[in-house]
Design a protein around this ligand. Structure first.
Ligand SMILES: Cc1ncc(C[n+]2csc(CCOP(=O)(O)OP(=O)(O)O)c2C)c(N)n1
Ligand SMILES: [Mg+2]
Length: 367
């Protein structure tokens, strides 16, 4: 199991990836045993399958013209499910925008997620989820918020952690560096998770950085950092559980580079065939996180998958109901978009509001 000694021996400069299973889900070491129960492993598999199903359905709602946009999670789910297993009720989730399974684990409803991608701000008003920040669209700005939360937790002597996500592209932003620096200075209990999915829209990692990996960026800030196989559910679960413990024991932040691949498009407005090769996609398909956890379950004879089709059918029904509920949700009042920033609305905002009202009128009031 990942422990302090493993961390002490690890250096991102060696450019090694912490990994427990091979591409078929077979443990790399005979002596390794999962630190989670059989029931938890099977639940993780189901959660992963649920995330994947909801993700496919979301893309199809968007294609039917029923949702404005959507960023697919395909291939990155093990990171989200592992984080979901580790995060506790009083921990904060600070998302980037591609962490569907982590949102669900924190109690955000699919209806709320769909509302958000339908452009309705009520999708950021979580009814049941405790301690989840809404999406901050300016890339990496959420990391600064995460450090502020961590600072506040220390100040209030709370024993909880902040799980903050960012993409590989986000590591080029100043906010990423400022956040790491002050998280270390303030000993803030923040677990930074970089989802390195190899691309920032069409920009490949090699055009983003000359560093040998992204975890080494933590060294300069004195933040313990590690590269983990993000498609290996067990490796992610172990490292995240350790990072949480590290944080709540007052040892400060950690930086985890979760190596993965965005198997789908950046968003539903993108076409990845324009900038990446089939070979690359096929190579990563071999490391698919769902395939790997199923490989483990099969090898250990924990369950068979004869019920999978029926399970997916049930999932789809549930997901459809959530989407229909989002469609029935009242439209967001236009005034709310413009009204609350200033006591007296400045002329520029008035102009924007007018322009939008005209646009809606020309569309027959139909958004
Ligand atoms: C400050 C800022 N610049 C540009 C954008 C437009 N934008 C949205 S997503 C994205 C790429 C993000 O890539 P990465 O951080 O790797 O996350 P991924 O989409 O791969 O999950 C960009 C450039 C933005 N939202 N904010
Ligand atoms: Mg990326």
């Amino acid at each position: 199991m990942f422990n302090q000694e493993t961390l002490d021996k690890y250096s991102p400069l060696d450019n090694k990836v912490y990994q427990l299973m091979d591409d078929d889900g077979i443990p790399l070491s005979k002596s390794w045993k999962p630190s989670i129960s059989k029931e938890q492993i099977m639940q993780a598999y189901k959660d992963l399958l649920f995330e994947r199903t909801a993700d496919f359905m979301a893309i199809s709602y968007q294609r039917q013209g029923r949702m404005f946009t959507y960023p697919p999670n395909l291939g990155q789910e093990a990171i989200h499910i592992a984080a979901g297993m580790v995060m506790q009720e009083n921990d904060w989730l600070v998302p980037a925008f591609r962490e569907l399974g982590a949102w669900l684990a924190k109690g955000v409803s699919l209806r709320e997620i769909f509302l958000y991608f339908k452009g309705n701000e009520d999708g950021s008003r979580f009814e049941k989820a405790n301690r989840v920040l809404p999406v901050a669209v300016p890339i990496a700005s959420q990391l600064v918020h995460a450090v502020g939360l961590g600072y506040a937790m220390n100040y209030q002597q709370e024993k909880a952690a902040v799980f903050a996500f960012v993409g590989d592209g986000g590591t080029s932003e100043g906010d990423f560096h400022e956040a790491l620096n002050f998280a270390a200075v303030w000993n803030a209990p923040v677990v930074f998770i970089i989802q390195n999915n190899q691309f920032a829209i069409s920009v490949p990692l090699k055009m983003q950085t000359k560093s040998i990996n992204l975890a080494i960026k933590g060294i300069a800030y004195a933040v313990p950092s590690i590269v983990v196989d993000g498609n290996d559910l067990f490796a992610m679960q172990e490292v995240l559980a350790f990072a949480r413990k590290h944080a709540i024991e007052g040892k400060g932040p950690m930086l985890i580079e979760a190596r993965t691949f965005r198997m789908g498009a950046h968003t539903t407005s993108d076409d990845p065939t324009k900038y990446r090769t089939k070979d690359e996609e096929e190579e990563w398909a071999l490391k698919d996180p769902l395939k790997r956890i199923k490989g483990y379950i099969t090898a250990k004879k924990l369950m068979d998958f004869s019920g999978e089709e029926a399970m997916v059918k049930e999932f789809k029904k549930k997901i459809d109901l959530e989407f229909e509920a989002a469609e029935k949700h009242p439209e967001y009042p236009l005034d709310d978009v413009f009204a609350y920033m200033y006591q007296d609305m400045p002329s520029e905002l008035k102009r924007q509001k007018n322009a939008y009202e005209n646009y809606l009128q020309n569309k027959g009031g139909d958004q």
